[in-house]
Design a protein around this ligand. Structure first.
Ligand SMILES: [Zn+2]
Length: 334
C-alpha cells in the first residue's frame, strides 16, 4: 500500500484540509473558517487543533499519513519558516511557524507558498501532468503565478517566481497599484482590480446598473460586476473585456519568459471564466510570437479548483525529492 499525506491550505478566511494518496486522489477533505481573532500564537493553536482532528479521522480509518504539508499566503523565510508580508493575516507576521507547528503537530512537516503548492498539484496530478513547463495563473484578490520549468517549481524570490501580478500592462491608465507601482496587471484584471475599474468609471460619470447600489454605499465585488456583464450591462461587459485583454497581454509576456506548454487558471476569478477564458484564448495567439507557439497546449482551468493548494501541500510530503532546492527542506522532527 502506498503512503498518504495530509495537506493544509491556510488561507486568510478558509482552512482547507485534504488527505491525499500518491495518485493525487483526495481521500477526505474539510473546509473550515480560518481562526481570525487573537494573537498569532492563538491562531496557530486553533489551526493545529483543527489539523489534529482531521488527521485523527484518517487514522481512525486505518491510515497512517506520512506527514503534514502546509501552505501559507505570501512568504516564509529561513529554516524556522518565519511568516513575512502576511498582509491578509497580519497576526502571523514575524512568527516562526516551524517550531510552533512541530510542537503542536509532530511528525514530518513541510511548507510552501500557496501558489507554488497549487502549481505542484496541477503539475503532479492535474492539467500539467506529463509536462516539463507549466505556468499556473492564480487570479483572486491579487494575481500571482507559479512556474514549473524543466520539471521543477521556480522558487527564487523568497520562495516565489517573482511579483508576477505586478508586471506593467496598462500603460495608458497607469492607475496606482497596492504595491505603489502604476499600471500593474493587478490594477485591471484581479478581483480587486475589476471592482476598482468599476469604481473609477462610475467616478468619471459612466452609467451602470450597479450605480444605484454604489450610491447607497453598498459593497460591490468583481462577482457583481460579472453578473451585471452577463446581464448585458455595457460598462461591466467592457470592464471584463479589458480584463481579458490585459490577462492576454500578461499571459503573452509570461509565455515569452517561461515558455510553458500549458497555462492553468486558478483562483476566485475562475468563477468568471465564462467571461474571461475565450477572449484570453483569442488574445494569446494574437499577441505572442507564432514561432514560439508550436507545442503549446493552451489555457485550461485547474483540475483541482477548490483543493489544489492543499493537494500540492500533501505532495510536498509524498514526493519530497521532487521539491526544488532553495527553500527550507523538510526533515523528520524529533
Ligand atoms: Zn503593483
Amino acid at each position: 500500500m502506498t503512503g498518504t499525506a495530509i495537506g493544509i491550505d491556510i488561507g486568510a478566511t478558509r482552512l482547507k484540509m485534504a488527505h491525499v494518496d500518491a495518485f493525487g486522489t483526495i481521500l477526505a477533505s474539510a473546509i473550515v473558517p480560518t481562526p481570525q481573532s487573537g494573537a498569532g500564537i492563538e491562531i496557530v493553536d486553533r489551526v493545529a487543533a483543527e489539523v489534529r482532528s482531521f488527521r485523527e479521522l484518517a487514522v481512525a480509518k486505518g491510515f497512517h499519513p506520512l506527514g503534514i504539508g502546509l501552505d501559507v499566503p505570501h512568504l516564509v523565510d529561513g529554516p524556522d519558516w518565519v511568516q513575512r508580508w502576511a498582509n491578509t493575516m497580519p497576526a502571523l507576521e514575524g512568527l516562526a511557524l516551524r517550531p510552533l507547528l512541530e510542537d503542536r503537530l509532530g511528525g514530518e512537516l513541510a511548507i510552501a507558498n500557496d501558489v507554488n503548492a497549487f502549481t505542484i498539484a496541477e503539475h503532479k496530478f492535474g492539467r500539467g501532468q506529463g509536462t516539463d513547463r507549466l505556468v499556473l495563473v492564480a487570479i483572486g484578490t491579487g494575481i500571482s503565478i507559479g512556474v514549473v520549468a524543466d520539471g521543477e517549481v521556480l522558487e527564487y524570490n523568497w520562495g516565489t517566481a517573482g511579483d508576477t501580478g505586478h508586471i506593467i500592462v496598462d500603460v495608458d491608465g497607469l492607475n496606482e497599484c497596492s504595491c505603489g507601482g502604476h499600471g500593474c496587471l493587478e490594477t485591471v484584471a484581479s478581483g480587486s482590480g475589476i471592482r476598482d475599474e468599476l469604481l473609477r468609471a462610475v467616478a468619471r460619470g459612466e452609467g451602470t446598473v450597479l450605480a444605484e447600489r454604489l450610491g447607497r454605499g453598498e459593497t460591490v465585488t468583481s462577482r457583481d460586476v460579472a453578473e451585471a456583464a452577463r446581464a448585458g450591462d455595457p460598462l461591466c461587459s467592457r470592464i471584463f473585456e479589458r480584463a481579458a485583454f490585459f490577462l492576454g497581454v500578461g499571459l503573452a509576456s509570461y509565455f515569452h519568459t517561461y515558455r510553458p506548454e500549458i497555462f492553468v487558471l486558478a483562483g476566485g476569478v475562475v468563477d468568471s471564466s465564462d467571461l474571461l477564458l475565450d477572449p484570453m484564448r483569442d488574445w494569446l495567439p494574437r499577441l505572442a510570437s507564432p514561432a514560439r507557439l508550436s507545442g503549446f497546449r493552451g489555457i485550461e482551468l485547474a483540475a483541482y479548483p477548490e483543493m489544489g493548494a492543499a493537494v500540492g501541500s500533501a505532495s510536498l510530503i509524498l514526493f519530497p525529492r521532487e521539491r526544488a532546492t532553495g527553500l527550507p527542506s523538510h526533515e523528520v522532527a524529533s
